[in-house]
Design a protein. Structure first.
Lengths: 730, 121
């Protein structure tokens, strides 16, 4: 890749980090839990974005970041108090800055009107805004003292010459360094050498001020130089050489009109001069080691890093250490193709199966528990498990990456609905599989929108109900019994059950006389086509309901449920597997085949009684489960393992719930047990098979197919229109 | 032997740019991520020039310059500060802290190299 393109990519990555830091910092300031370093970090984030953007000529970004930075500087200097309003503007500006960064990255566009309005709002935060406005009147460009210089690879190939004037001029220069010039590591010899690069030069060194050795201050400045320089460069170029030292020396530069002197031997002069300076320095004791003679050393980053972390571990707060860690990550992490990791996970899956098979063989061989083979096998099992956990951990990422998108969403939805919302997040470091995280973003976004739009009341209604004006949305993640549990809760009005039920009846989702528990009513919102919003709002309307959320969660092998207390709010709880590579399954037999049914789909298992099973035309049957008629699906027949119907009385029924909350009873011959199985893709190894999600290998080495419950139920529903049957039965 | 430049900047982007510009110009580059890290790198390294940012976490550029100038072994190393603020105040503060010179960001690689040549023998 072109090196500049690679740096640009780094820049955008870094921007994302800076934006996250900016937002976190602003939120910390808003919550009052901040110190000077927080304000500095926030300032630095915007400052860095501006700095990088300048190098890539991202002018819109530079302009906006500059205005933002100026406003932040007022806060930093204490001239502007970070009030609620000020932070509101800054948080919106942070969102706009994020949009500008992403637009620059993706060659997209932004709402220029919104950015301009925010830039104006930021400028208006200036305590001396009125005055500044007048000064800047009609001259917007003046505000920016920052001229982007595009970094162009081709420049590197150019000469160092900086333009020229056609005719030669003669400059007379008197240069007398003060001691402070040397203290700042400037060197007269280097400056003179640079000066010589501009043209032809004659130098005379005046050492008359040198005192006797006994009176000599080793760090004093005793030498001065008179220089005649014949050059095509202008005076500015000559002055530029002395730019860094003009305060630290006596300098006179005079431009002479007329003939330049003859050809001096510049190189020899410089050499002489350098020798003189070095002689002076070395004669005068221990001070400055000529840098060029210093011993080059190989840098040991790892060692430096180790020292650094040891040193900083004690006193650095987590927040302060973070940027350092982010930087450290550049050296302590490697990027690996996801395919490679997945291949490794797959192989470890094989290892687990192999180990289980081996264990079974050893057991069958009847070896004593205490034998060396058995104990070695135990160790192998332990080790295998550890390897599996470690490999799975490679794919694990903290949910933070999803959670950190939510504050902005909350602000936007809050602003759109006119509700005051505070978002509290918890457990951001909880780790889960990368794919789960990626697919979590949409459902989570939808649920947070719902919580604000439908859950929280308006500030007036809240005050009237004796609650604080500001509504609370709580987002948390935690590990619980081998799964990750994510909760979204609000302290709003809770579900209006009377209205939910009336709506469900109105839409024909439930019969008018249905007797439902509170819990059942709450769960009606997951039915397809259900929406409690009276008007289709811009926020949670859009025809996407909680049924879609549930479907996405189920597709990840997860479950979602809701609890609600009228007047106190609602809580959505999602439970998801930590990985998509293994699955908790119920191992069953169907027509002498072994199948695995994902445990998440199974609601309960039961033994059918003769009175509960009713046949309908076309071979379709239903089973009455607590007065509900549920379609009874013979898995063996559905997968064409057998022709005739199995006898329900000698079978087990698994009550499963699939897409849309539709329940069915799956008929299987027997349940062998529950276990965790390693998922093997059937598509990758064979081809897609209708009704089968994947395959796995059991401990005895047999291949077992994993049932795709949704597909089996859907195909069965297509065979016989159960809705019709239910309507007749219901 | 190529001259060594120590770059101290918390921004990866800026470090990468300095690396590109300086290595193209034939310098050997060592990097540090903030002032404190810079001082630690100096324990095992004696660069010919230091280029440092001002705004950094943990230890800013001013603190870093004071640290280098206060160290007998390193106080003669020229230090150039990188600053987006071309205003006199920042430059002045850096100068008083002991900076040798400065480079205004975003830097032009030619000017960067010219500035380094103006301070490094």
């Amino acid at each position: 890749m072109d090196p500049m393109a690679a740096i640009k990519q780094t820049f955008f990555q870094e921007c994302e980090e800076q934006l996250a830091e900016l937002e976190a910092g602003l939120l910390a300031i808003q919550d009052g839990g901040y110190d000077g370093e927080t304000v500095n970090a926030v300032f630095r984030a915007v400052h860095s974005i501006k700095g990088g953007a300048g190098a890539f000529s991202l002018d819109d970004l530079v302009h906006f970041a500059h205005v933002f930075e100026t406003a932040l500087d007022h806060v930093r200097s204490g001239r502007l108090a970070p009030s609620h309003e000020v932070l509101g503007t800054m948080l919106r500006a942070a969102d706009a800055l994020a949009d500008l960064v992403r637009a620059a990255r993706d060659d997209g566009s932004v709402d220029a009107g919104r950015c301009d309005a925010l830039a104006d709002a930021l400028r208006a935060l200036d305590p001396d805004a009125a005055q500044a406005d007048e000064e800047a009147d009609g001259d917007d460009g003046e505000i920016i003292d920052f001229q982007p210089v595009p970094l162009d690879q081709s420049i590197f190939d150019d000469d160092l010459a900086t333009g020229s004037v056609p005719s030669q001029s003669l400059f007379l220069i008197r240069f007398k360094p003060k001691p402070v010039l040397y203290a700042k590591a400037n060197e007269a010899a280097v400056l003179l050498r640079e000066l010589a690069g501009l043209g032809e030069m004659t130098v005379a060194c005046d050492s008359s001020a040198l005192p006797l050795l006994s009176e000599l201050d080793p760090e004093g400045g005793y030498l001065s130089w008179s220089i005649e320089l014949k050059t095509e460069q202008d005076e500015a170029a000559v002055r530029e050489i002395f730019e860094f030292v003009e305060w630290d020396c006596d300098l006179e530069i005079e431009r002479q009109i007329g003939e330049a002197p003859g050809e001096p031997d510049v190189a020899a002069l410089i050499e002489k001069m350098q020798a003189a300076v070095e002689a002076e320095l070395s004669a005068l004791g221990p001070t400055p080691i000529p840098v060029s003679e210093a011993e080059p050393a190989v840098i040991d980053f790892a060692k430096a890093r180790e020292k650094k972390s040891l040193q900083s571990a004690g006193d650095q707060g987590a927040q302060r250490a973070d940027p350092a860690l982010a930087g450290a990550a550049a050296q302590t992490t490697i990027r690996v193709d996801l395919d490679r990791v997945d291949r490794l996970i797959n192989l470890v899956g094989e290892l687990v199966i192999n180990q289980a098979m081996l264990a079974q063989r050893v057991q069958e061989a009847g070896l004593a528990r205490a034998s060396g083979v058995a104990s070695g096998l135990d160790e192998l099992e332990q080790l295998t498990r550890e390897i599996q956990d470690s490999v799975m951990a490679i794919r694990a990422q903290p949910v933070k990456s999803v959670f950190q998108r939510m504050p902005r969403l909350v602000r936007e939805v809050g602003a759109m609905t006119g509700k005051l919302v505070r978002l509290v997040t918890e457990g951001e470091k909880t780790e889960v599989d990368k794919t789960v995280i990626e697919r979590l973003a949409d459902p989570l976004t939808h649920m947070i929108r719902n919580a604000i739009d439908h859950g929280l009341e308006t500030p007036e209604a809240r005050l009237a109900a004796g609650k604080p004006e500001e509504g609370l949305v709580h987002l948390s993640a935690a590990h619980r019994s081998g799964r990750i549990v994510i909760e979204v809760s609000d302290d709003g009005a809770g579900i209006n059950r009377a209205r939910v039920k009336a709506l469900a009846i109105g839409k024909g989702l439930i019969p008018a006389d249905a007797a439902l528990t509170d819990d059942e009513i709450d769960n009606l919102i997951f039915l397809p086509g259900f929406s409690t919003a009276q008007t289709i709002s811009d926020i949670s309307g859009r025809g996407v309901g909680m049924d879609v959320v549930r479907r996405s969660i189920q597709a990840l092998g997860g479950r979602i449920s809701i609890t609600s207390r009228p007047g106190h709010g609602s809580t959505f709880t999602m439970s998801l597997p930590l990985t998509l590579a293994v699955l908790d399954g119920m191992v069953v037999t169907v027509a002498e085949q072994t199948l695995v049914v994902p445990l998440t789909a199974i609601v309960e298992t039961l033994q059918p009684k003769v009175a509960d099973v009713h046949g309908f035309g076309g071979g379709a049957r239903v089973i009455a489960i607590r007065e509900h008629f549920t379609p009874l699906i013979d898995v063996g027949r559905e997968l064409a393992y057998r022709q005739g119907d199995a006898d329900p009385l000698s079978c087990v029924a698994l009550l499963v719930e699939c897409e849309g909350g539709f329940r069915s009873a799956l008929l299987v011959d027997a349940i062998l047990g529950q276990r965790q199985v390693v998922i093997k893709s059937l598509e990758a190894n064979y081809r897609h098979v209708q009704g089968i999600a994947a395959a796995t290998i059991l401990g005895d080495g047999r291949v077992a197919l994993i049932l795709d419950v949704d597909a089996v139920v859907a195909s069965s529903r297509a065979d016989a229109s159960f809705e019709q049957l239910l309507a007749t039965a219901g | 032997m190529n001259k060594t430049v120590l770059t101290v900047d918390d921004s990866r982007t800026m470090r990468d740019m300095l690396m590109l510009a300086l290595s193209d110009a034939g310098y050997r580059v060592v990097q540090a991520e903030d002032g404190l890290h810079g001082l630690e790198v100096l324990q095992g390294e004696t660069p010919d020039v230091i280029v440092t940012d001002i705004n950094m976490p943990r230890m800013d550029g001013f603190g870093f310059i004071e640290g280098v100038r206060g160290d007998e072994r390193h106080r003669a190393i020229p230090i150039l500060v990188l600053t987006t603020e071309s205003d006199a105040e920042k430059k002045d503060r850096a100068r008083r802290a002991g900076a040798t010179g400065w480079i205004v960001k975003p830097f032009d690689p030619v000017k960067l190299v010219a500035a380094i040549r103006r301070v490094a023998a």
